[in-house]
Write a protein that binds this ligand. Structure first.
Ligand code: IMP
Ligand code: MG
Length: 180
């Protein structure tokens, strides 16, 4: 990792992730059934959603939204807007929101309110990681890949300043020890 100089500590190995995502795919297939729309939140969820979709044992459709949160750097705060909306008509549909990580909970809460406004019949949430330390809202996450208590995590879609998304495992970035 030549140009990425933050020390990384392993949190989840690729093997742990693949085993858990397979379980999730099977459970979600059983419980939500066919004709569910997987709705991924870009960019963070794209790798998780790719694996989750392939772990599903029933046919699903897929779409993505892109949310922008202003006034934020490595933490999420500020105002949320949707810079790319869903392309499928979600009215009357069963939707599974696929997120990379739920931190304060504000992003997912905002999207859920928005999807209700679009007339989705049923909306559930699947987050690859639930990081409860900074939760600000009482949010029900229906499917959680892993609960990680704290830390800034990268890899498997998660980024720090757009780096590290490509890593097949999940790592904690030691931001305090960042050099030059
Ligand atoms: P929330 O609105 O605070 O729940 O923020 C969720 C968003 O913040 C996620 O979709 C990520 O884009 C980003 N985020 C929060 N924690 C982390 C982290 O540990 N690593 C990478 N991105 C994170
Ligand atoms: Mg995200």
């Amino acid at each position: 990792m030549s140009s990425e100089r933050n020390p990384l500590e392993v949190v989840l190995t690729p093997e742990q992730i693949q085993a858990r995502v397979r379980e999730l795919g099977q459970q979600i297939s059983r419980e939500m059934g066919k004709d569910t729309i997987l709705l991924g939140i870009l960019k963070g969820a794209f790798i998780f959603m790719g694996d989750l979709a392939r772990a599903m044992t029933v046919p699903v459709r897929m779409d993505f939204v892109r949310l922008a949160s202003y006034g934020a750097d490595s933490v999420s705060c500020g105002t949320i807007t949707m810079s790319k909306g869903p392309e499928l008509d979600l009215k009357g549909q069963r939707v599974l929101v696929v997120e990379d990580i739920v931190d304060t909970g504000r992003t997912v809460r905002w999207l859920l309110d928005c999807l209700n406004g679009m007339g989705a019949a049923e909306v559930k949430v699947c987050s690859f990681i639930d990081k409860p330390e900074r939760r600000e809202l009482d949010l029900d996450i229906d499917y959680v890949g892993f609960r990680v208590p704290q830390g800034f995590l990268v890899g498997y879609g998660l980024d720090y300043n757009e780096c590290y998304r490509h890593l097949p495992g999940v790592y904690e970035v030691k931001l305090n020890h960042q050099r030059g």
